[in-house]
Design a protein around this ligand. Structure first.
Ligand code: CO8
Length: 261
């Protein structure tokens, strides 16, 4: 793939592992979303591939910190760049959600926002005991992307999802399992083995029937999402370019950075 931070390995049995490794936290910029999309497209085009596991190759326990805050920080980007960024990431997410492949997110550690969206679009999610997951946008002064929030509702039920989304709360691994937000909690040492075995189990089902059923269950949702996301940047940019959101993002960048001057 053209993105140096996204590597794909296809294991025997046609199970691919896509590893994201952009130190320190897999912050998702435009190149990263495009890299993931290119990786997925080429796997889908290969008839020998039946499943894909997404994972992090970072040194620290982070699946992905979600979107690169600089892609959202109005003084350092532009409405046009943001629109391009937004369309690229949602094109990937929709492709992932309707993929013919069996898809597994192997989540080691923190999985906020955009990382959570990748996970929600997958068929199976497993997380390490230290992991946290959620769509924390409200905490950043931005509304949760509509279809990301709706997707969480499809996974854990609308009412419970609403409570979590309105507070932008991150959920720990045990609670995530209890809510059905993840399918299992697995120690880091066994995470990949478990992910591979879940991918293999899914891939054992008759593939055409499995893929067609997945599409029947998700296609209306994906069509709605595809029709909506090109209109979303205008709405999002109104928030991102407002002084109050810029201030919250500046606070978040200061809080996260070790270089706190
Ligand atoms: N983007 C850019 N840089 C980041 C990000 C990020 N999202 N997250 C962390 N970093 C940087 C930090 O600034 C720090 O930099 P430096 O090395 O220069 O000091 C470095 O990564 C390490 O970060 P931490 O010290 O915080 O590392 P920890 O291991 O303590 O924590 C976490 C890792 C838990 C991932 C933590 O960094 C974190 O919580 N990050 C922020 C996560 C977040 O809030 N992401 C939300 C992104 S928003 C999104 O994805 C959806 C946007 C929808 C837009 C809709 C518009 C309307």
């Amino acid at each position: 793939s053209p993105c140096p931070y996204v590597t794909t390995v296809v294991r025997p049995g046609g199970i691919a592992v896509v590893t994201m490794a952009k130190e320190p936290v897999n912050s998702m910029d435009l190149a990263m979303w495009r890299g993931l999309d290119a990786a997925l497209q080429s796997l889908e085009a290969d008839p020998s591939v039946v499943a894909v596991v997404f994972t992090s190759g970072l040194r620290r326990d982070v699946f992905s910190a979600g979107n690169d805050l600089l892609e959202l920080y109005a003084p350092k980007t532009s409405a046009a760049r943001y629109a391009e960024f937004w369309v690229a990431q949602n094109a990937f997410l929709v492709r992932l959600h309707r993929s013919r492949l069996a898809t597994v997110a192997a989540i080691r550690g923190a999985c906020p926002a955009g990382g959570c969206a990748i996970s929600l679009c997958s068929d199976v999610r497993i997380i390490t005991p230290e992991g946290t997951m959620g769509l924390n946008e409200v905490q950043l002064g931005i509304p949760v992307p509509k279809f990301w929030g709706l997707l969480m509702g499809r996974v854990i039920g609308h009412k419970v999802a609403e409570g979590i989304l309105l507070s932008g709360r991150m959920v720990g691994a045990a609670e995530a399992a209890q809510l059905g937000l993840v399918d299992d909690v697995v120690p880091a040492a066994q995470l990949m083995e478990e992910a591979m075995s879940r991918a293999a189990a899914a891939a054992k089902q008759p593939p055409a029937a499995r893929a067609a059923t997945k599409l029947l269950l998700r296609e209306d949702f994906c069509k709605g999402w595809e029709a909506y996301y090109p209109t979303e940047p205008d709405f999002g940019w109104r928030f991102l370019s407002s002084p109050s959101t810029i201030k919250v993002l500046e606070g978040a960048m200061r809080r996260l950075s070790s270089n706190k001057d």
